[in-house]
Write a protein that binds this ligand. Structure first.
Ligand SMILES: *Cc1c(COP(=O)(O)O)cnc(C)c1O
Length: 374
């Protein structure tokens, strides 16, 4: 085992280098056509996303955060409303609720790190207008239970599927259960472009129509301004990159699942760790492993040990649940399960540029830390 070995958490340069020629061809093609805003490559990408997810409408958006905001606006969430969201998520989920004028109300996640529907049920009030399950780490929440609560209490469901393109629950894709689902194409996401990018999908014609107006200054297909809107379009050049990456997307997801299976086989007997459910753990979930998020005893010491072996890990979301960021107004919020979990969370390297050999090296370093040898 060489001490100089380096396994970055995400290797942007290696990912680009592996497809440099083809990608430069894609960029040259778009730029030589001068096709930048709302052009053919965007329409092609939207069509491909639509057919991939088997959904009626797919709309390219500037980024995942704006996709969430516009989804909330399109179902009529605004001032005076409350929206329930798990506290174990990226700040963007809660911020999108804040920025449409509504109040994010946080709930716990369960042992699989997905929304705890019982905890969500306890915070429903007469003001609750919507619920935002977060399809975290490439896993889809138990959507039977989320939809049941939503029906019971008359709530809109907006899925934050930023991390879950291609993930399924009972054969149905993340993002396609509720009024709208959103995706992020941030460079490190499972389908990543060369900057910011996002998408919104819906089976509801009225939601789609509102989002189309909102993302392009309120302009309809004839260019006439018929409503207030903003600018939240996916750049055509990013769409062209995403079209290219869609060609190998299913293989990329399979590679992630294979890496997850290798981590699972190598670490499952280490009692100090809690691992995510492996691929095919049950029939209901098809996980695509945007992240491989473990819980670990002596997490900080493990992280430092791995760092000393050249292995870069991270604690997701800056190491804090949403309510733990000072100054956001959650001073009274207590979520003991989530808070304890945050002392234990760690993301191991998970992306298509790492080799089986890299994974074996990480496994061995973790086993050594806990005195497990081979
Ligand atoms: C990445 C991410 C977002 C935001 O997406 P951007 O494209 O970066 O705006 C929202 N929610 C979750 C859970 C994410 O991981």
């Amino acid at each position: 085992m060489s001490a100089e070995r380096k396994i970055p958490f995400f290797n942007y340069q290696a990912l680009f280098a592996s497809q440099e020629q083809e990608l430069m061809g894609v960029l040259r093609d778009v730029m030589s056509r001068g096709a930048y805003i709302l052009q053919k490559d965007l329409l092609d990408f939207e069509a491909s996303l639509r057919s991939f997810l088997n959904v009626k409408h797919a709309i390219g958006m500037a980024d995942g955060t704006n996709a969430l905001k516009l989804a909330l606006l399109a179902v009529g969430v605004g001032p005076g409303d409350e929206v329930i969201v798990p506290a174990h998520t990226y700040i963007a989920s809660a911020a999108s609720i804040h920025f449409v004028g509504a109040k994010p109300v946080l709930c716990e996640c369960g042992p699989d790190h997905m929304i705890d529907v019982d905890s969500a049920r306890r915070v429903v009030t007469s003001k609750t207008k919507a619920i935002m399950p977060v399809q975290l780490n490439g896993r889809t929440s138990n959507m039977d239970r989320v939809m049941e609560l939503a029906r019971e209490r008359g709530l809109h469901v907006i899925e934050d599927a930023a991390q879950a393109l291609g993930s399924k629950f009972k054969g149905r894709f993340a993002g396609t259960f509720g009024a709208a689902g959103t995706f992020s194409f941030y460079p490190a996401k499972v389908l990543g472009c060369f900057g910011d990018g996002g998408g919104l999908v819906t089976n509801d014609d009225a939601v789609a129509e509102k989002v189309m107006l909102l993302r392009d200054h309120g302009r309809n297909a004839d260019g006439e301004v018929v409503a207030w809107g903003t600018n939240s379009r996916l750049d055509n050049v990013q769409a062209a990159v995403l079209n290219f990456k869609m060609k190998t997307f299913l293989q990329d997801l399979e590679r992630r699942r294979a890496i997850a299976a290798q981590y699972d086989a190598g670490l499952r007997d280490v009692a100090e760790l809690v691992l995510p459910p492996p691929p095919n753990a049950d029939d209901a979930h098809h996980d695509i492993f945007q992240n491989y998020e473990i819980e670990a005893e002596r997490r900080d010491a493990l992280k430092a040990h791995l760092e000393s072996k050249g292995i870069r890990t991270i604690v997701q979301f800056g190491g804090k649940a949403v309510h733990q960021f000072a100054g956001l107004g959650f001073d009274g919020t207590k979520l003991p399960f989530t808070e304890r979990m945050y002392t234990r969370l760690l993301l191991l390297p998970m992306n298509v540029t790492i080799s089986d050999d890299d994974v074996a090296y990480v496994v061995q370093a973790i086993r050594a830390f806990y005195g497990r040898g081979k």
